[in-house]
Write a protein that binds this ligand. Structure first.
Ligand code: DGY
Length: 337
């Protein structure tokens, strides 16, 4: 890690940690106002390195790779804010941050459409066997056009998409589905307002009904311990053998071992995964499946959106260090105390 402190005159600028590589322009902007300890090598800090780095700063920009819990915060006596460059914040132990008086922030809204686009792309690639077809062509297996002996997929248009987790991104996927003439059903902790349901053309159903009736199941719910293995063998057993399963939520929402077995046994048609249990490791049995599309957690990965996420995280950090309420504060009670 490098720090940009003036070696001759002690800096009076607040110290911050940038725990992962960010865009050079963003880093340069931070260096105008802060003494920056930056990990531009992008090698993920060990828990010990993170604990030490947090003990020396007033604010930090982190990503999902940094677990922020009581241990990470145990020596962080001057820390005021940790800004996640991510909308999901299952890497945060929010009660521990609140107990330590540390503001927690994330990056909602700026990635909604990009992530919904990707969810839809993964759904299309999975249902229409696009990556499998590409491997087939590259492998020299395509010798003629055929009515039946080509990779035959499942239709999206006029099918039923079932969305589990109907926040902003889930609603974005629903709206894209409407453009394809899809029937949209959803399951969520709470019902949407009538106006939001109407805007998405979506109908609330139980999880069981969704799994039984959807042609395509899309997971967009946040990871919590209650949501661990929301989809395991019993849930997959409810799905149609022609159905697809798409996970753009978080690893751990799906039991990847059970999914691999179901794909290998043809219990469902196919799956598209952007997130994995224990990523970047991928369950070895998933890698053996033909009927799967795999992506390396890139749903929000366009340059414009990643820049917007970094910019919002910086805005959150700067507001907190200036004594103002960060725009996307998670634990409001820390600000009011
Ligand atoms: C998010 O913002 O939550 C993305 O999944 C990146 O972690």
């Amino acid at each position: 890690m490098t720090t940009q402190a003036n070696p001759t005159f002690p800096s009076t600028k607040p110290k911050i940690l940038v725990a992962r590589a960010i865009f050079p322009e963003a880093l340069a902007k931070l260096e105008e106002s802060f003494e920056v300890c930056s990990n531009q090598s992008d090698k993920i800090l060990t828990p010990e390195e993170l604990q030490k780095a947090l003990s020396e700063v007033e604010g930090a920009l982190v990503a999902g790779s940094e677990r922020i819990d009581a241990s990470a915060l145990s020596q962080a006596t001057n820390l005021k804010v940790i800004a996640n460059i991510s909308v999901g914040y299952n890497n945060f132990d929010v009660p521990a941050m609140t107990a330590a008086g540390v503001m927690a922030t994330n990056t909602p809204d700026v990635l909604t459409d990009t992530t919904a686009d990707f969810g839809f792309a993964l759904l299309m690639a999975t249902a229409r066997r696009i990556t499998e077809s590409e491997h087939w062509v590259r492998g020299g297996k395509w010798d003629q056009w055929s009515i039946v002996n080509n990779p035959l997929g499942m239709d999206l248009h006029h099918s039923t998409v079932g969305i589990i987790g109907m926040g902003r991104i889930g609603q974005g996927i629903a709206k894209r589905g409407l453009g394809f003439g899809m029937k949209v059903i959803y399951h969520n902790r709470s019902h949407l307002s009538d106006a939001d349901e109407q805007a998405c053309g979506a109908t609330y159903v139980s999880k069981e009904e969704l799994l039984r009736t959807a042609d395509h199941v899309v997971l967009v719910l946040p990871y919590t311990t209650q949501n661990h293995h929301t989809i395991g063998a019993p849930e997959i057993a409810l799905m149609k053998p022609t159905a697809t399963l798409i996970n753009i939520a978080r690893g751990g929402i799906v039991d990847d071992g059970a999914l691999a077995q179901a794909l290998q046994e043809g219990k469902i048609f196919a799956a598209g995964l952007d997130v994995f249990e224990g990523e970047p490791q991928v369950h070895p049995e998933l890698l053996k499946c033909r009927n799967i599309v795999l992506a390396p957690h890139i749903a929000s990965a366009t340059e414009k959106t990643r820049r917007a996420m970094v910019d919002l995280a910086i805005e959150n950090l700067c507001a907190a260090l200036a004594g103002k309420r960060p725009p996307s504060l998670i634990n409001a009670e820390v600000f009011s105390t």
